[in-house]
Design a protein around this ligand. Structure first.
Ligand SMILES: Nc1ncnc2c1ncn2[C@@H]1O[C@H](COP(=O)(O)OP(=O)(O)OP(=O)(O)O)[C@@H](O)[C@H]1O
Length: 303
């Protein structure tokens, strides 16, 4: 490969639907072996980004390269496996027949029995595809995405409809795929999943990349910590609202929850006011709160 192993390269890619800029000047490189989560609120442009990546949509401007070639050439060469949200499954065939077909079509196929077992769908192999539950259909889509030895696996909200156990098994399999050097890119609304699984997190907002880093870096970027405590005596909420470095405050009964960009200074000021917190806890933001902080700050800026 000429481009030191760039798996995906977006260069200034834009795509609009009439007035809506779904993807807006996106520049991005993915490397082998990375597990990458694509996060963003509804309408952020995640599915459009994946469609552009897979060559299902053409950019209005900019270029998309997979393994140094066009998406189409990379797909024809069997380098990409994809599981899309909308991916319809043929109705009147069995799971086994569908998996066999996917293996037949893949330039570097695995054995169908292997694919069925990896996706955990051997027990439903003889069932008609239109008789599956939502979670079972998701597993079948996953089997189709891993029917052959692809270098890049693209998943659009893969675990929607899966129960907890299935979800864990699914991610264990995905980790194995990444450990073998494959790149896994997935769009998700489950932030705890991204936190647990991804070694790189991309936050998309209105078609632009707002944050790109490890989950820990994204949390640090949000730059806030959570403080919670109980009040021994009632305190006027306005007094708390004036605490320094506060980014949010909720008071329910005697319990106070604060987000602050400098927790030490906020707690210090609290004592300074003569408020003695009980059950004081200071913690970092979870990825979910960091995501909300980053995207709402951006919303506020664009107003
Ligand atoms: N075919 C289309 N025609 C017109 N507008 C579209 C089309 N597809 C997407 N859009 C718009 O482009 C924007 C990005 O949509 P996209 O589906 O890529 O977002 P998303 O991040 O995947 O959203 P979600 O989390 O809701 O799945 C949205 O404003 C959407 O309404």
């Amino acid at each position: 490969m000429t481009t030191t192993a760039s798996v995906v390269a977006f260069d200034q890619v834009s795509k609009a639907y009439d007035a809506v800029r779904a993807v807006d000047g996106l520049t991005l490189t993915l490397r082998p072996g990375q597990t990458v989560a694509l996060l963003g609120p509804n309408g952020a442009g995640k599915s459009t980004t994946l469609d552009l990546l897979l060559g299902l949509k053409k950019p209005d401007s900019g270029t998309v390269r997979l393994f140094g070639t066009s998406p189409r050439d990379a797909i024809v060469a069997g380098r990409v496996g994809a599981m899309l949200q909308s991916g319809g499954l043929m109705d009147e065939v069995t799971v086994a027949e569908l998996v066999r077909l996917a293996c037949d079509l893949h330039p570097k196929p695995y054995r169908p029995s292997e694919v069925l077992s990896r996706a955990g769908i051997e027990q439903i192999a003889d069932r008609k595809v239109n008789k599956l539950s939502g979670g079972q259909a998701q597993r079948v889509r996953f089997a189709l995405a891993t029917a052959g030895d692809s270098d890049l696996i693209v998943l659009d909200e893969p675990t929607t409809g899966m129960d907890v156990t299935t979800r864990q098994a699914f991610w264990a399999t995905m980790r194995e795929q990444a450990d073998q050097g494959r790149t896994v890119l997935f769009a998700t609304h489950y932030l705890e999943e991204a936190d647990a699984v991804a070694d790189r997190v991309l936050v998309l907002h209105r078609g632009r990349l707002l944050a790109d880093g490890t989950a820990a870096e994204i949390k640090a970027k949000a730059g806030a910590r959570r403080i919670s405590f109980d009040l021994a005596d009632p305190v006027d909420e306005a007094v708390l609202r004036d605490l320094p470095f506060l980014t949010s405050l909720t008071v329910s009964g005697r319990t106070v929850r604060i987000q602050s960009t400098d927790a030490d200074a906020t707690v210090h000021a609290l004592y300074g006011l003569g408020v003695y917190p009980r059950n004081l806890e200071v913690a970092g933001l979870g990825l979910e709160q960091a995501f909300v902080a980053i995207t709402t700050a951006e919303e506020a800026k664009s107003k």
